[in-house]
Design a protein around this ligand. Structure first.
Ligand SMILES: [Zn+2]
Ligand SMILES: [Zn+2]
Length: 293
């Protein structure tokens, strides 16, 4: 996977979307029509419908936001529960059709499906349990999941993400609603830079890491020169540069007035990612920037 940070200057359009949503077709409270109107109210461009073990195909009269059929599957394996969000599948994956995480990843590879490791903190998974037989990992992980935060205060899986990045795995981070109730909507989203407004272009941008995650703050640009990283953003109170082990940097202000920061990544670090903290603690997350030694 390449660094995704050329996206700031690449041609394309910014689209706001959610990659984890339930409807009344599984345990969600809203129909796909109600889901669409609520997300439309919040300015979303696309929403992946990820009902449990069901590929929900929305009413084709719904035009905005774009509703894209997807699925969430869950399985128990060697004493742990795993949930996987499957984006880009063309047909339904029946309940029980995959018996282990490795079977999920093998099927995804065969069928061109993009898998996100859903809410590992909520699942109670230690980070090393997100690395599967043969050193396989999901290409994405949910760094923030609104419903897991609302229900049991285990919504943030950034330690899992950093453990995997530090070990050399290249994984993209997603903020999601995992919406079950109407009140879960617009808690965390991704901003995708896509070539156009079609499911194929959105999926392609996601695969390429051409997106960042947010609960509110906006990342305006990231410029990388060698090991120097400069970010510009909407006004925030804190800008964190996160990298391997005990290195990194954090800049803070008493009020939301930071609009840029520059940091040189220490030698030996293999990756860096940036977190913003804005008003009321709302966060944003860049995807990782990979560095050569
Ligand atoms: Zn789940
Ligand atoms: Zn879910």
């Amino acid at each position: 996977m390449k660094n995704s940070n050329n996206m700031w200057h690449a041609k394309g359009i910014w689209l706001k979307g959610n990659t984890h949503t339930h409807t009344t077709n599984s345990d969600g409270a809203c129909t796909s029509g109600e889901t669409a109107s609520e997300y439309k109210r919040h300015g979303y461009d696309f929403v992946f419908l990820t009902d449990h073990d069901k590929r929900t195909v929305p009413d084709e009269t719904i035009r905005k936001p774009l509703l894209i059929p997807a699925e969430e599957i869950a399985l128990s394996y060697k004493g742990y529960g795993y949930h996987f969000v499957c984006l880009g599948l063309k047909k339904e994956w029946a309940a029980g059709s995959c018996r282990s995480p490795v079977q999920v990843l093998a099927r995804a590879r065969r069928e061109g499906v993009f898998i996100v490791q859903a809410h590992p903190y909520w699942c109670g998974l230690p980070s090393h349990k997100c690395v599967y037989q043969g050193g396989l990992t999901c290409p994405g992980v949910e760094v923030y999941n609104k419903v897991c935060d609302r229900m049991i205060a285990k919504g943030y899986s950034s330690v899992h993400w950093d453990d995997l990045l530090d070990a050399g795995y290249r994984i993209l981070g997603f903020a999601v609603d995992d919406a079950h109730l109407r009140s879960d909507i617009a808690g965390g989203w991704i901003m995708v830079k896509a070539r156009n407004r079609t499911p194929a272009a959105i999926l392609s941008a996601i695969r390429n890491g051409s997106f960042y995650s947010s609960q509110g703050p906006e990342i305006k640009s990231i410029v990388i020169r060698g090991r120097e990283i400069k970010i510009t953003c909407s006004p925030v109170t804190r800008i964190n540069f996160i990298t391997n082990r005990a290195s990194g940097s954090s800049i803070a202000a008493a009020t939301p007035r930071l609009k840029e920061a520059l940091w040189t990544v220490s030698k030996g670090a293999t990756y860096a990612r940036i977190e913003l903290v804005g008003a009321s603690g709302k966060m944003a997350w860049s995807n990782p920037i990979y560095l050569s030694h």
